[in-house]
Ligand binder design. Structure first.
Ligand code: NAD
Length: 256
């Protein structure tokens, strides 16, 4: 379905971004990966689907590096048809103690980077009259949780930006939507499980049950594979008129 399309997925060396990159490659898309850590393994996992895969190491907190990445993708593939804004970090501390440097980093990586990729991708998408911008927000784009002031502010911002981008492209073949996962067991969340286990002096299994039980009625993690299939749907012809939604996949978290 996505043969001859190119997808740029930020933060795709692990977790949700890698899951989405693989799902898009399975549909035939060429993929540019981004992120830190185990780049070679991520490239091999996506390349297994037989499409072209490349990588750019832009730090998503740095607008000049984001510009260089967008330029590199356009040069290498001719065009960026699908942008998945996924890179993100977390920090959990009450407002009055929240480190200013962490606030700045979370706003830059989790919010501003999506603005930069979108503003840089939109002219070519509009010229081609086809494009998909998928912003990986969170249930925290819809509701708050104590201790996550920067993350919740950034993700609410992402949902707002999604609506504006969708309105500005509403009469074109370009769509913009947000995906709002509940808990997904990635390194980002395992750190929070570890913190519960350490502070409450309990096993990983019990800490996992408590983490889920506090927020997610299904008591199940959403998987990167499930989120990948949602991204595929948004890229499909059936998604042509899905515009500006914040689509939660959260085990009932926000239904409460
Ligand atoms: P993860 O830690 O597995 O992956 C994060 C990715 O972002 C990695 O590839 C990492 O290298 C990259 N990254 C981090 N800082 C970067 C930077 N400065 N520049 C470039 N890349 C950078 O985390 P994840 O859970 O897969 O999270 C992915 C996205 O999903 C995030 O935006 C997160 O907020 C969102 N999300 C996660 C959950 C969850 O439960 N895991 C729930 C809702 C939303």
């Amino acid at each position: 379905m996505l043969k001859n399309k190119t997808a740029l997925v930020t933060g795709s060396t692990s977790g949700i971004g890698l899951g989405i990159a693989k799902a898009l490659a399975r549909q035939g898309a060429n993929v540019m990966l981004n992120g830190f850590g185990n780049v070679e393994d991520a490239k091999a996992e996506v390349a297994a689907f037989g499409t072209r895969v490349s990588y750019h190491g832009a730090d998503m907190s740095k607008p000049a590096e984001i510009e260089a990445m967008m330029q590199a993708a356009a040069t290498e593939f001719g065009q960026v048809d699908i942008v998945v804004n996924n890179a993100g970090i977390q920090h959990v501390t009450p407002v009055e103690d929240f480190p200013v440097e962490r606030w700045d980093a979370i706003i830059a990586i989790n919010l501003s980077s999506s603005f930069h990729t979108s503003r840089l991708a939109l002219p070519a998408m509009k010229a081609a009259n086809w494009g998909r911008i998928i912003n990986v927000a969170s249930v925290h784009g819809l509701v708050g949780s104590a201790g996550k002031v920067a993350y919740v502010a950034a993700k609410h911002g992402v949902v707002g930006m999604t609506k504006v981008t969708a309105l500005e492209t509403a009469t074109t073949g370009v769509t913009c939507n947000a995906i709002c996962p509940g808990w997904v067991l990635t390194p980002l969340v395992q750190k929070q499980v570890d913190a519960i286990a350490a502070t409450r002096n309990m096993s990983n299994e019990e800490a996992t049950r408590q983490l889920l039980g506090e927020k997610e009625p299904s008591m199940q993690f959403t998987t990167p594979e499930e989120l990948g299939e949602l991204a595929v749907f948004l890229c499909s012809p059936a998604g042509n008129n899905v515009r500006g939604v914040a689509w939660n996949m959260d085990g009932g978290w926000t239904a409460q």
